[in-house]
Ligand binder design. Structure first.
Ligand code: AKG
Ligand code: FE2
Length: 335
């Protein structure tokens, strides 16, 4: 049988209304405090009044449906297996070189911030640097995806400023690590799972996100679950008019574990095809990531034993990130 999750009311994953923050300085401080509370206790929260329109979100879901409806051979023509920078089509039932994890059922089309043709990292063949393999079979994928990317990227930078304020850091302290960000957008598709499956393969296996934070749009089908500190799986059901924000490993390290990079997974029990659109705030390859504050309560830290866990000591972001990508995602085999 597939594992089950305790069904809890929306209030279990807090909702942060961003409206006061757009209004004035006092409203901004109130929202920053609500974000700190949510990031410190749950690591996941819904945001409402986030500024993206219903039409923006409807359009990107349609783009995801249109891409994933292409014939498999058209998707495989831009497979992540054809490059070593984890961009393009991530086929279903895939994983990287980690022997201890199971394949994910999800399939995706994934990109990072486009690089200029004369980008030095690109020309030098730096890890995680490559041109996006846009599929010839869908010429309008690039404009449709980039239209959403630009809007959600702007929201991402605005939220980064809110995280700075929530930690009492000077403006642009965290932003300095994003001078050449590797922000990323994925169009995800999850086939339905039958209740009598063993659960060896999930839509998305237990993981934490290896970025600063994620902004997720999910459809009406549900399936995202977050593990709380008691080890129970708590559903993060779809809620109209909201996006989901979750803390990743980088914010965990910056805060020495005060903010929780919560373990989560996806099991699509809905009987329907599920789509979701996560946007990831990834620092620059060369950013030095290290704790910026000291955790006053070091015993109160979520488990850090996953292939996606990052250590709470200084590291060059891209070096750990590229190793992590090789563990979790297939890439071109090099001799
Ligand atoms: O599809 C979802 O709801 C979550 C996706 C996710 O966790 C991820 O891509 O890191
Ligand atoms: Fe995730």
């Amino acid at each position: 049988m597939l594992p089950t999750a305790r069904k809890l009311s929306f209030s279990e994953v807090p909702v942060v209304d961003l409206a006061p923050a757009w209004r004035d300085a006092a409203g901004r401080q109130e929202v920053a405090q609500a974000i700190a509370d949510a990031a410190g206790t749950v690591g996941f929260f819904y945001i409402k009044n986030h500024g993206l329109s219903d039409e923006d979100i409807r359009a990107i879901f349609q783009t995801a449906v249109d891409f994933h409806s292409l014939p498999l051979e058209d998707k495989m023509a831009v497979s992540v297996k054809l490059n070593n920078h984890a961009q393009g089509y991530l086929y279903g039932m895939s994983k990287g070189n980690d022997k201890n994890i199971s394949e994910n059922l999800q399939e995706a089309f994934q990109i990072r911030r486009p690089l200029a043709a004369d980008d030095p990292g690109l020309l030098a063949g730096k890890p995680l640097h490559g041109l996006i393999p846009w599929p010839p079979a869908m010429p309008d994928l690039e404009p449709r995806m980039m239209a959403y990317y630009e809007k959600v990227n702007e929201l991402g930078y605005w939220l980064l400023g809110m995280f700075e304020q929530s930690l009492g850091l000077a403006a642009d302290t965290l932003k300095a690590s994003f001078a050449k960000d590797m922000n990323s957008l994925r169009l995800l598709h999850y086939p339905p799972q039958r209740p009598d499956e063993s659960g060896e393969h999930l839509g998305a296996r237990n993981h934490t996100d290896t970025n600063a934070f994620t902004i997720l749009a999910q459809d009406v089908n549900g399936g995202l679950e977050v593990r709380n500190r008691e080890g129970e799986w708590v559903a993060v059901p779809p809620m109209a008019g909201t996006l989901v924000v979750n803390v990743g490993e980088v914010l965990k390290v910056w805060t020495d574990g005060v903010f929780t990079s919560a373990v989560h997974r996806v099991i699509n029990r809905s009987g329907n095809e599920r789509y979701s659109i996560p946007f990831f705030m990834y620092p620059s390859y060369d950013a030095l990531i290290q704790p910026l504050i000291q955790n006053p309560d070091p015993a109160n830290i979520a488990p850090e034993d996953l292939p996606t866990s990052f250590p709470r000591r200084p590291f060059v972001y891209g070096e750990l990130k590229s190793r992590n990508v090789a563990r979790i995602m297939p890439q071109k085999e090099t001799a």
